[in-house]
Design a protein around this ligand. Sequence first.
Ligand SMILES: C[S@@+](CC[C@H](N)C(=O)[O-])C[C@H]1O[C@@H](n2cnc3c(N)ncnc32)[C@H](O)[C@@H]1O
Length: 493
Amino acid sequence: MHRVARDRTALTRHGLSRPIRAALDDGLLTAASTLFDYGCGHGDDLRLLSAAGFTCAGWDPNHRPGVARIESDVVNLGYVINVIEAPLERAEALRNAWDLARSLLVVAARTNAEVHDLTFREAMADGVRTSRNTFQKFYEQQELKHWVEFVLGEEAVAAAPGIFYVFRDAESRELFRASRSRRRVATPSLTLSEQRCHDHPELVTALIGFFTARGRLPQSHELAEGAELLDVFGSIKRAFTAVRRTNESVAWERISAQRREDVVLYLALSHFERGARWSTLPPTLQEDVRALFGTYRAGTRASETLLLDIAKPGAVETAAAASTVGKLTPTALYVHRSALDHLPLLLRAFEGCGRGYLGEVEGANLIKLYRREPKLSYLSYPDFDRDPHPALSFSLNVDLREFRLRMRRFAGQPNPPILHRKECFVAADHPRRETFARLTRAEEAAGLLDETESIGLRRGWDLALQERELALRGHRLVKARQTGVTASPTRKT
Ligand SMILES: C[S@@+](CC[C@H](N)C(=O)[O-])C[C@H]1O[C@@H](n2cnc3c(N)ncnc32)[C@H](O)[C@@H]1O
C-alpha cells in the first residue's frame, strides 16, 4: 500500500529470498545501494542480484569463509540466527552484521507459524533438532523483535512475519514507518488558465504534487522549484492561491484532511514503539505535524484519542458495521488489500496494529477484521482477480492480545474455502468491480447463492453449479450443456 520508490532494474524477484524481496519492494535496497549478505550460504541471492547489476558481496563461515566482511549500505542476515545453537554466538552474528550496516540491517528468522513445515527429531537447547540433523530455533514475531532490540539497543521495525529492519538513523526509520500510514491520493488534474500558472506549468505541477503528497504547502527549501516559485509568484502561498482560483472544484480541504488522518495514524501507531519522539521525526514530518495540527502536542493528543476510541467497547464493531467498503459478516469485516485506504480511520488504526506487528504479509490480499475481538487474519487468494471464485491458499491469524501468529495452509487441498460476491471486498474505484458485481447478479438470479452453508467450499459450489447445469466462463455464468463447459474446471488452488 505505502511502498516507496521501487527499484527499476530488470530484476526478477523469482528465486530471491524473502528478506531481500522485502527490502527491494520497500525501496530500501536499490541498484544504487551496496549490499552485504552476512551468512550468505551458497550465495544464491548474490548471484541473482549481481546479474541484475547490484553491487553486492557476501560471507559465510561454511561456504565462503575466505571473503572479506565489508561495510555496506544494506546488510542482510537472512535465516542465519535460527541455525546457530549457542545464544552467545547468535548475538555475536547479529552484532557483527549490524557493525557492517551503514544504513539498514535486514534480519530474518523462521517463525513458529512455520513449524509444521518440518519434522523434528527432538528438542535441543532452545530450539529443535530437525530430521536433517540440523538445529533450528523458531521465533515468535515479538520475541524476535525484542531480542534484536535487546542485543543492538536499536528499534526493530517489522518488515514481514519473521523479518525486521534495523535502521542506522532514526529519521530514515520514522520516514519508513510514516510511509506505511500514507494513503495514495491522486494528484488532481488542473486548469491552468491564470497567466502565470499557464506560463509555468512545471512549477505548478511540482507545487500541487507536494500538496497532494503531504496535505500542506511546502516551505520553499522543501521543493527544488521553491526559489523559482518565489520569483514568479512572490510567495508559495500566492502561487497556491493562483492555482486555487481557477480550480475551485478540487477538494483541497479533503486532501489536507486525508493527510491529517494519515499523520494521526502514524503517531498513534508510534505509541507502540519506544523510539518515536519529536526529536527523531525527520524535518518533513515535523513540518507536516506543525502545518496540519499546529503543535506536536495537538498531534499526539489526536493520536491518543484515536487509540482510546479503538479501545472503547463496541467501537470496532460499530465502525465495521458503518464501513462503506468491505464485506460484513456476523463476525468480521473482510476487505481487499487495495481497499484498506478507504476504511474509516478507526479501522485503519485497528488494522495498522496488526501491520505494525507483522509488517507486510506477502501474498495476503484480503484482510479479515474481527468485529468483536482484537483479532485480524491475513488471507491469501492468489487468483483473486482471475478466478470468479478464488480459493484460499493460506491464512495468517493474529491475536492482538497475545501477539501470537497462527498459520493455516489450504493450498493443494481438494476442497478449499472459496469466495463469492467479490465486488463486496473492493472499493468503488476497483477496475473490475462491475464485472464482479454482474456475475453476482447472474448467480443470485440463478439461485446459486441461496445455500450459503454449502457453497463456501469448492465441492459444494461445484455441486450447486452442476445441479443447475450451469458453468462459469471467466466471470460469466453460462449453460453447461450448450457450451460443453464443465462445472468443475481444472483449477490451481
Ligand atoms: C539457512 S542458511 C541461510 C543462507 C542465506 N542467508 C539464505 O537466506 O538463503 C544459514 C546460513 O548461516 C550460516 N551460518 C551459520 N553460523 C553462522 C555464523 N555464526 N555467522 C554467519 N553465518 C552463519 C550457515 O553456514 C548457513 O549458510
